[in-house]
Design a protein around this ligand. Structure first.
Ligand code: MG
Length: 169
């Protein structure tokens, strides 16, 4: 049976992942907040690996192009840009496509720094940027048990799942 005519409605889920290298002389920004650390994430933007995955998860749930397509790192206008601005612009596209973010679940994979005390403020920051209640965002933090580029402290990675709801009646 063909299902190609399915009307887009109800709840839809999306996934986003990202990884950025840690480097010297950079601020560490995760979920839109500054985290005290002696290194920061290297990137064309501010390197906010958590907001990038949040945006991709929500965009993916809506079937929209990802942030790499929307905001190419070859475009000088996005150099050093605050990732909160990128997410807000992505949310405008989400709203225009007829969707509202419903809830977001995030994992930050980082050997260092310890993020336990920042999880709530990262979640509150993401919720405010996306425009949903703070309790609709969960941020978890895990080490990589010393394995791979995350485990060696060379990078921070993220995995995010987001649910959106269609606003089309
Ligand atoms: Mg990124």
């Amino acid at each position: 049976m063909s299902n190609t005519e399915t009307k887009v409605s109800g709840f839809r889920v999306g996934i986003g992942t990202d990884i950025h290298r840690l480097g010297e002389n950079r601020k560490l920004v995760l979920g839109g907040i500054d985290i005290p650390f002696d290194k920061g994430l290297v990137g064309h933007s501010d390197g906010d690996v958590l907001l990038h995955a949040v945006a991709d998860a929500i965009l993916g749930a809506c079937g929209l192009p990802d942030i790499g397509d929307l905001f190419p790192d070859t475009d000088p206008q996005f150099k050093g840009i605050d990732s909160r601005v990128l997410v807000q612009r992505a949310m405008e596209k989400v709203a225009a496509a007829g969707f509202l973010p419903h809830n977001i679940d995030c994992v930050v994979h980082a050997e260092q720094p310890k993020l336990t005390e920042y999880k709530k403020s990262m979640a509150a920051s993401i919720a405010a940027i996306v425009g949903i209640p703070a309790d609709a965002v969960c941020v978890k933090a895990k080490t990589n048990e010393g394995l791979g580029p995350v485990g060696s402290g060379d990078a921070i990675a993220t995995t995010v799942v987001a649910m959106v709801v269609s606003t089309n009646k």
